[in-house]
Design a protein around this ligand. Structure first.
Ligand code: TPP
Length: 337
């Protein structure tokens, strides 16, 4: 059964007091919003209300939120086919996200991007894309533009460990290090590339790839938002100060299938493995249990947050279902033809 080491955040000597109760609760709320969003996206798909398909991020929430909470609004992110969590963590609103999933005019790309192509330029989200490794080209290009414009922004490139087999990542890491670009490569290792364990697709060490270019690397427990967030804060500080690119490897797990249609998974991973991650390694549980233990919050606060989140998400689904489609005359606008 595939497991990874539990967090050793305490031993790493993080000063958790630099994040206050309100900020931790905000991070819990963001993770909870992503989870509720994804549950509802799944229902829209299974209820045949959503065109296409979607890749759920449930289980991986601590990475998107821990990373994006260390960024400013004008910092950039680039995302993947599993991108809803990244968009929401960077500040997108649930109603416009659902509208995009349903192809409605109120969506972030006027309904023309769908689940895998949501961009939100106002908040620095340069977009999700379905090309494995494609985010590396976009993020590194954004970092090049930051450098040329002389601002102190940072670009973050989210990608799955499947992209470690893509040449573009190596071309861009090489450039980023040579030319000292402000970019952080965030690898989300959820163990599987579609239906294949990474050990069957990825030779050698994951960190060794960035290290070969002289890029500093850090490895964290991606289920523990405290560890993700504090590590990311440190990296952002260094990159913003002009120290060049960095690489963050986060160990995580997707609770659901590769996409919403991947329901029978027994042939590539066991129920026992899935249950272990859901019960022992859940990012929402890890944060709430720690806060209760530290007397930073009582259990009812989390129940209330979840209730509020569910209300917001249900209202957003209704908004998106009732929203109009773009006018037919728009069919060739905002797209390459
Ligand atoms: C260049 C390219 N090759 C293959 C695919 C088909 N494909 C879609 S997702 C995926 C696996 C991606 O695995 P990973 O990068 O680890 O991300 P995860 O799905 O685990 O989040 C593959 C091979 C693709 N979209 N793009």
């Amino acid at each position: 059964m595939a497991k990874t080491k539990k967090s050793n955040a305490k031993q790493k000597g993080y000063d958790y007091s630099s994040v206050d109760q309100e900020q931790w609760l905000h991070m819990y709320q963001q993770m909870s919003t992503i989870r509720a969003f994804e549950e509802n996206a799944n229902e829209l798909y299974t209820g045949a209300k959503m065109p296409g398909l979607t890749h759920l991020y449930i289980g991986e929430e601590a990475i998107a939120v821990g990373v994006c909470e260390a960024l400013r609004q004008d910092d950039y992110i680039t995302s993947t086919h599993r991108g809803h969590g990244h968009c929401l963590a960077k500040g997108a609103s649930v109603d416009r996200m659902f509208a995009e999933l349903l192809g409605k005019e109120a969506g972030y790309c006027r309904g023309k991007g769908g689940s895998m192509h949501i961009a939100d330029q106002e908040r620095g989200n340069l977009g999700a894309n379905a090309i494995v490794g494609g985010s590396a080209g976009i993020a590194t290009g954004a970092a090049m533009s930051i450098k040329m414009r002389g601002t102190d922004q940072v670009a973050v490139c989210f990608f799955g460990e499947g992209a470690l087999g893509q040449g573009l990542l190596y071309e861009t890491m090489n450039m980023a290090k040579l030319w000292n670009y402000p970019v952080i490569y965030v690898c989300e290792n959820n163990l599987y590339n579609e239906y294949t364990h990474h050990s069957e697709t990825t030779a050698g060490g994951m960190l060794a790839r960035a290290q070969a270019f002289g890029i500093p690397t850090v490895e964290v427990d991606g289920q523990d938002i405290r560890e993700v967030h504090f590590t990311m804060k440190g990296l952002v500080e260094r990159v913003r100060a002009g120290e060049g690119p960095a690489f963050l490897l986060c160990h995580t797990y997707r609770y659901r299938g590769h996409h919403v249609g991947d329901v029978n998974r027994d042939y590539y991973r066991s129920k026992e493995e899935e249950n272990y991650w859901k019960t022992d390694r859940d990012p929402l549980k890890i944060l709430s249990e720690w806060m209760i233990d530290q007397k930073l919050a009582e259990a009812q606060i989390f129940e209330q947050i979840e209730k509020d989140v569910l209300n917001e998400v249900e209202t957003a689904v209704k908004f998106a279902l009732d929203a109009p489609y773009p006018d037919l005359t728009e069919v060739d606008k905002h797209v390459y033809v």
